[in-house]
Design a binder for this molecule. Structure first.
Ligand SMILES: Nc1ncnc2c1ncn2[C@@H]1O[C@H](COP(=O)(O)OP(=O)(O)OP(=O)(O)O)[C@@H](O)[C@H]1O
Ligand SMILES: O=C(O)c1ccc[n+]([C@@H]2O[C@H](COP(=O)([O-])O)[C@@H](O)[C@H]2O)c1
Length: 218
């Protein structure tokens, strides 16, 4: 019988701020796929975002608060320690070195991230270190032509690959995601509206205490 590998999943994001859409996705993936460890990993210097609503320490503090009461989720602060653009290939290289060759390392992302994957730094190498676990979001479709489509044709696999090999596959998981976006939450706050119930109360309290997102960012 083939041995089932231990699984470590990282869910990277700007989390500006973290919201219930992110949290439900992480929790549902963990439970549906019986992942051993699911960590939300705030990006210190998100490579593709020029305007941020707040600094990385505040964004990480909110992820810390959001995950504190949920035993299935935790925060991975490793990108906070690297004062360079938070390229995912660098992060995954570091994690792979840490966990060794026999752990299934899984990078979770939404479909909107996947469709831009070919703009990421050394994107083809990501699967040398991890699997990509992509959650299909309504309104987004897999590319059908071009380098990324070819890459997906080569790497797409069924979910059992996550347990039988340590890296190398792209797995697409269908899930109904909450229609919440950080952009809309920032807009609401800068317009004086309340985002309550879109994010944990502890995160909303933090935003109010630190007076974040009062000014429009885009
Ligand atoms: N509502 C949601 N449910 C599940 N996953 C989401 C949701 N919104 C974003 N994601 C995923 O979370 C990851 C990090 O996203 P990000 O922090 O940029 O959140 P966002 O809400 O899309 O932010 P913004 O509106 O600022 O772009 C991405 O992989 C993205 O696909
Ligand atoms: O490595 C890259 O070049 C790269 C480019 C864009 C995004 N990422 C990462 O992808 C994750 C989601 O990004 P975002 O911008 O949707 O929050 C987050 O962890 C980013 O650091 C990484």
């Amino acid at each position: 019988m083939v041995q089932r590998l231990g699984t470590l999943a990282l869910f990277g994001g700007t989390f500006d701020p973290v919201h219930n859409g992110h949290l439900r996705m992480a929790l549902e993936l963990t439970e549906q796929l019986q992942l051993d460890d699911m960590r939300l990993m705030p990006s210190h210097r998100p490579p593709h975002k020029n305007t941020l609503g707040c600094n990385s320490e505040d964004r990480a503090a909110m992820v810390e608060l959001a995950t504190a009461d949920c035993p299935q989720l935790s925060i991975d602060r490793r990108e906070m320690e690297r004062d360079a653009p938070s390229y995912m290939v660098d992060t995954l290289t570091e994690v792979r070195r840490e966990v060794g060759p026999d752990v299934s390392l899984i990078l979770a992302m939404g479909m909107d991230s996947l469709v831009n994957l070919d703009s990421w730094y050394r994107w083809r190498e990501l699967t040398d270190f991890a699997h990509l676990l992509v959650v299909a979001r309504p309104g987004w479709h897999l590319p059908e032509q071009g380098d990324l489509a070819d890459f997906l044709r080569q790497h797409q696999a069924s979910v059992d690959k996550l347990y039988s090999s340590p890296q190398g596959s792209v797995v697409i998981q269908q899930m109904s995601l909450l229609p919440i976006s950080a952009t809309e939450i920032r807009r609401q706050i800068s317009a004086g509206e309340s985002p309550q119930f879109l994010l944990p109360d502890s995160v909303w309290a933090y935003i109010q205490r630190k007076q974040l997102y009062r000014l429009p960012t885009e």
